[in-house]
Design a protein around this ligand. Structure first.
Ligand code: PRP
Length: 202
């Protein structure tokens, strides 16, 4: 099943109970997220090898809701772990990652699935997968809910194996994604109003 392409879609109004003058509109409703998460979970389930142990590795903080919803679909056995990673300077080739929480599990000879909320420049997933390959997993695949359409893979980035939605290049928040550590709890994906990002960039 192909990722849902929302790159040409118009925004919907933000649900009344979540209305905020910081949000320009809603890009993906809670219902559509849950439908697509179910499809992705089935797709991953069907393709998961059963010859070796499986590790699901969720990247904190943004992937916490996506991970929680995905894993509740699965009946196969797996170890679940979390790795804290935060990026800064992501618009330059030398953007640094800081590791904010170490994983606990040994990945050697295991099938590893990395879950993240969004692939923007692709640098985070690239650096994470480079690091994880050092642990010699049996296989290493990646799953993101959102992938920005503008991003083409380069030597500094990596593409994802499983993608929920292709989205336009806008500042999105909600369902785990934040702006200044806020908005992570929204059950939908919203778009931040331009006046907020401009103010923050001043
Ligand atoms: C966000 C997001 C991805 C990364 C994607 O993380 O959760 O991990 O940026 O960006 P990239 O593809 O350009 O590397 P962030 O560093 O903001 O931390 P967070 O998950 O705690 O919000």
């Amino acid at each position: 099943m192909k990722p849902v392409d929302l790159t040409l879609n118009r925004l919907e109004p933000v649900p009344t109970s979540w209305n905020s003058d910081m949000l320009k509109g809603m890009m993906i409703s809670s219902e559509l997220i849950q439908k697509r998460v179910g499809e992705l979970a089935d797709e991953i389930d069907r393709s998961m090898p059963d010859d070796k142990p499986v590790v699901v590795l969720s990247l904190l903080s943004g992937a916490f809701l996506f991970t929680a919803d995905l894993v509740r679909h699965w009946r196969f056995s797996f170890e679940l772990d979390f790795m804290g990673v935060s990026s800064y300077g992501k618009n330059v080739a030398s953007g640094e990652l800081s590791w904010t929480h170490p994983m606990q599990i040994d990945l050697k000879e295991k099938h590893v699935l990395v879950i993240d909320d969004i692939l923007d420049t692709g640098q985070t997933l690239r650096k994470v997968t480079d690091k994880l390959h050092l642990s010699q997993p049996a296989s290493l695949r990646t799953c993101v809910l959102l992938r920005k359409e503008r991003q083409q893979p380069s030597e500094h980035s990596v593409d994802a194996d499983f993608v929920g939605f292709f989205i336009p290049d806008q500042f999105v928040v909600g369902y785990g994604l934040d702006f200044a550590l806020q908005f992570r709890q929204l059950p939908f994906i919203g778009v931040l109003d331009a006046h907020v990002t401009h103010t923050a960039n001043d």
